[in-house]
Design a protein around this ligand. Structure first.
Ligand SMILES: Cc1cc2nc3c(=O)[nH]c(=O)nc-3n(C[C@H](O)[C@H](O)[C@H](O)COP(=O)(O)O)c2cc1C
Length: 287
């Protein structure tokens, strides 16, 4: 697995960099090849909106010749991009925003060229912020989710820690173990997508329920990722949520399998379901 960490903070030894360390260490321990690329020391001009890239087929095609070319080369190498950024004014930092805007040449949607140079890759966010998590990160996370939907990328989620005491906040056992857990989840998410290749339609829906244990567990892990952590689902709501992510209309079987494999918990009356926390690691489920 090739993982590109795009580090957007201007403070190369600051909070975000500190949180990247345990993430990177764990990814490498699990066998990933990791490239850590800082953006603040690169020359990456804002997008000019000239649309010239939209008429260049098969390559990035931006008229601006700056450090974005090297970033694009790394993006094309990666299976997964981790956008590591402090939250600045409810979004990412300016160098990262320039990179995100200049994704245009990777999507050929608006000119004579067609196709995508990055569809199918995965994206995740690692953020640090001064305000509480939801208030600080929601706008950026929403933007990234939409960019992923628009570009055919899989959004794998966010890990973030609040800056309460500068670097010390990111050196706590909790912050560091959270980053390692996030690394394990990213690896499992990518492995699930690999295992399910051929079983997902272009909208990411499961087209069949695998019979073999290994694939079945990855299918359940994949479906559980689509549900909201912490949310209480009635049986009906759960069925509706699952129906969006498979094509064979059998939410009852999926619900039972998710429960039997410890991805879902339910209240003693069997009326309300929630994702278990933490979610099981598919590799720990006997595969
Ligand atoms: C210019 C600027 C804007 C900021 N805007 C926000 C913000 O909108 N929301 C927030 O929660 N924190 C905000 N912060 C706090 C940083 O996100 C936080 O301190 C972060 O951990 C800094 O990470 P770094 O050391 O990697 O740069 C801002 C900080 C700066 C310097």
């Amino acid at each position: 697995m090739n993982i590109l960490i795009l580090m957007g903070s201007p403070r190369l030894g600051g909070n975000t960099a500190e949180l990247c360390k345990p993430l990177m260490g764990e990814l490498e321990r699990l066998g990933a090849e990791v490239c850590y690329l800082t953006l603040a020391d690169k020359k990456i001009q804002p997008c000019r909106g000239c649309y010239a890239c939209q008429d260049v087929a098969g390559e990035y095609g931006c008229v601006q010749k700056d450090d974005m070319e090297a970033v694009v080369e790394r993006i094309r190498w990666a299976d997964c991009l981790v956008l590591a950024t402090p939250i600045y004014s409810w979004y990412c930092t300016a160098p990262m925003k320039a990179v995100l805007d200049r994704h245009y040449g990777l999507n050929k949607f608006y000119g004579s060229a067609e196709g995508s140079l990055w569809a199918g890759k995965s994206v995740a966010i690692l953020a640090t912020h001064g305000y509480d998590r939801a208030y600080a990160t929601e706008p950026f996370e929403t933007g990234v989710r939409r960019l992923c939907d628009h570009s055919g990328l899989s959004y794998l989620g966010l890990y973030s820690v609040r800056d309460e005491d500068n670097l010390a906040s990111f050196r706590t056992a909790e912050a560091q173990e959270g980053a390692r857990l996030f690394a394990r989840r990213l690896m499992a998410s990518m492995e699930a997508r690999n295992q399910l290749r051929g079983l997902l339609d272009p909208e990411g829906r499961l087209t069949g329920f695998p019979a073999k244990r290994r694939k079945k567990v990855y299918a359940l892990f994949y479906l559980a990722e689509k549900l909201e952590q912490g949310r209480a689902y009635t049986e009906r709501e759960l069925g509706q949520a699952l129906l969006q992510w498979h094509t064979f209309s059998d939410p009852a079987t999926l619900r039972r399998e998710l429960y039997d494999s410890f991805f879902l918990d339910r209240d003693p009356q069997g009326r309300v379901y929630r994702l278990t926390e933490p979610q099981p690691d598919p590799r720990a489920l006997g595969i």
